[in-house]
Design a protein around this ligand. Sequence first.
Ligand SMILES: [Fe+2]
Length: 159
Amino acid sequence: MSSEGLHESEERLSEHTKNMHRAIVSLIEELEAVDWYQQRAEGSTDEALRAVIEHNRDEEIEHAMMTLEWIRRNNPRFDANIRTYLLTSDPITELEEADTSGEAKDGAENASNSNSSSSSSSSSSANRPSGASAGKPQAASQKRGADGSLAIGSLKETL
Ligand SMILES: [Fe+2]
């Protein structure tokens, strides 16, 4: 595997972990490109060049979101947190409390039971833009740990 980001020998890593590594590195690269294009567009003194760079920036945003969606479908903890924190207009810092108090449990329920086809409504999902409510969970190809947790520390280890 052509990557300097592995922190364990390749033979010790599962295909799932190596593919997740590829996706995470790709997401980082896409987001870096968004940042670069944004700055270059803003710094451009030529209007036509700025328009091209802004177009390219927006393409990178699309690429980033496509990659994030793959990550969500393949990691139940990402899935749960995306369902808690994304596509809602509720105050961001209040979402965790609402989630743990049982007001917005869609993501956690779906992540802990990837075979579940039910989807209950919650106060958070009520504030999601139309068409953006949480759909059926995608089957996670592999769960991590007994509780499915993936701490930031261990996430950094996969980069
Ligand atoms: Fe891209």
